[in-house]
Ligand binder design. Structure first.
Ligand code: GUN
Ligand code: ZN
Length: 438
């Protein structure tokens, strides 16, 4: 049956001054409906428009869901997160490499039983939906069973996700596998899940320091023979990481060249962090049209550094936002947008309100070439949307009383909002979360 949802004029009834009906970012028109409605059928949006127009198209059997006074937006896309690190969140006192050695690698060793993986995945998905995230790009365990399990669970929720077994062939002896074994697992997961329902496979070499020339060579072969798969890894996150990488691969003039040599730098490659990039790296990456997964909360948490939003915007980079859970200590993309703004300010750059919302929704979908399916609320797209209720946060609600236009309104929602204002989350038209306190 159809689900019918709407927002009403009351949503922004406090706004004074001019509220434009549409705003632009990256030549993309943002449309704001004061009193809107969406018709959803079999997981897809079949109509969207003004409430009164939509109401006239309704059939007697249609089920109407009333979200008066709330705001409906596309679900958030978290373009970089680790599905194996939930129990290790909020680790104290270390930067990247010692944080990995002291907290993350031991935690991932302990993750290995099916029972603990299943429990942790269920907690993680519940928290993602509670935060309004409907799509993830995730790093999974290196084992077939541990990785397969999250594909299975996300498939059960009909979720769109891009994921892969994390390839580690060098480093912590309890975590690593040999290259051949990793590739067999990759092949098996790709065959089973890539383009199955809403799922995509991403070849996931963790980072250059956890790979060898041999395993990177195997990754190159995999990418060549599976050109429609994604690739995700970390790049230039931390200065010590960069130093160690250049010492390990002395033939490389910079970090990016390690991945270039192994054919991993292309338009389906998602690079996490990308903080300490040279001018040449920025240039080669934007020319190759790679996907930048920017994770400001994680970068602040681990003291990794400040992403250059000015460069990304100037170079028209394919910018997406990620939590990098669990180096990022929240799953809220609203909180990520907030830190993105602050980090940009530290470089005296004003990151625009809509650029941030775009990077967490349609911009991310475009970067991932998934914009035929997700990222905005348009007829024919998959019905991944969230219902925001700014009034659920007393302070935000008070601030919005003096909001002067739509941009200020959205800016305040992203500056003060978090999971408390997510009233409901829909994945493929199904209600996967309702906030009982809204
Ligand atoms: N670099 C390699 N592995 C990781 C990880 O798990 N988290 C972060 N933030 N950086 C990494
Ligand atoms: Zn990461």
């Amino acid at each position: 049956g159809k689900i019918f949802t709407f927002t009403t004029k009351a949503t922004l009834s406090n706004l004074q001054g001019v509220v434009p009906d549409s705003l632009f970012v990256n030549d993309e028109k943002f449309i704001f409906l004061r009193d809107g409605a969406i018709i959803v059928e079999s997981g897809k949006i079949v109509a969207i428009g003004d409430y009164l127009d939509i109401k006239s198209q309704l059939q007697a059997e249609d089920k109407e869901v009333d979200y008066s006074g709330k705001l409906i937006t596309p679900g958030f896309i978290d373009s970089h997160m680790h599905a194996t690190q939930t129990s290790a969140v909020s680790a104290y006192g270390e930067k990247l490499l010692t944080w990995l050695d002291n907290y993350i690698f031991p935690g991932e060793v302990a993750f290995n039983s099916e029972q603990s993986a299943r429990r942790e995945y269920e907690i993680l998905l519940k928290q993602l939906f509670k935060n309004g995230t409907t799509t993830i790009c995730a790093y999974l365990p290196s084992s077939y069973d541990g990785a397969d399990l999250l594909f299975e669970i996300t498939d059960k929720y009909k979720m769109r996700a891009v994921m892969g077994n994390t390839i580690m062939t060098d480093g912590n002896p309890k975590l690593i596998t040999d290259g051949e074994t990793s590739m067999l697992i990759s092949e098996k997961l790709y065959n089973k899940w890539h383009k199955t329902n809403r799922l995509s496979y991403a070849l996931t070499p963790r980072f250059a320091l956890s790979c060898t020339d041999e395993s990177m060579g195997l990754c190159k072969e995999f990418v060549e023979s599976h050109s429609d798969a994604y690739m995700q890894t970390h790049l230039c996150e931390n200065v010590n990481e960069i130093q160690d990488t250049l010492a390990k691969f002395p033939w490389a003039k910079d970090y990016l060249e390690v991945y270039e040599k192994y054919g991993l730098v292309h338009d389906k490659s998602i690079f996490g962090h990308c903080i300490h990039l040279s001018d040449s790296e920025w240039k080669r990456m934007t020319e190759a049209e790679v996907i930048f997964a920017n994770c400001p909360i994680s970068n602040n948490y681990l003291g990794s550094g400040l992403f250059r939003y000015d460069e990304a915007v100037k170079r028209n980079a394919k910018l997406t936002l990620g939590t990098d859970w669990a180096a990022g200590n929240t799953l809220s993309m609203l909180r990520v947008m907030d830190d993105a703004y602050k980090v940009a300010m530290l470089n005296s750059f004003k990151l625009e309100t809509l650029t941030r919302w775009y990077s967490a929704t349609l911009g991310s979908a475009k970067a991932l070439a998934l914009d035929d399916y997700i990222g905005s609320l348009e007829v024919g797209k998959e019905a991944d949307f969230i219902v925001l209720d700014p009034e659920a946060n007393e302070l935000l609600n008070y601030r919005l009383e003096s909001s002067y236009d739509l941009l200020d309104y959205l800016f305040s929602v992203s500056s003060l909002g978090d999971d408390r204002i997510v009233a409901a989350t829909y994945v493929y038209g199904d209600n996967v979360y309702t906030n009982s306190s809204n």
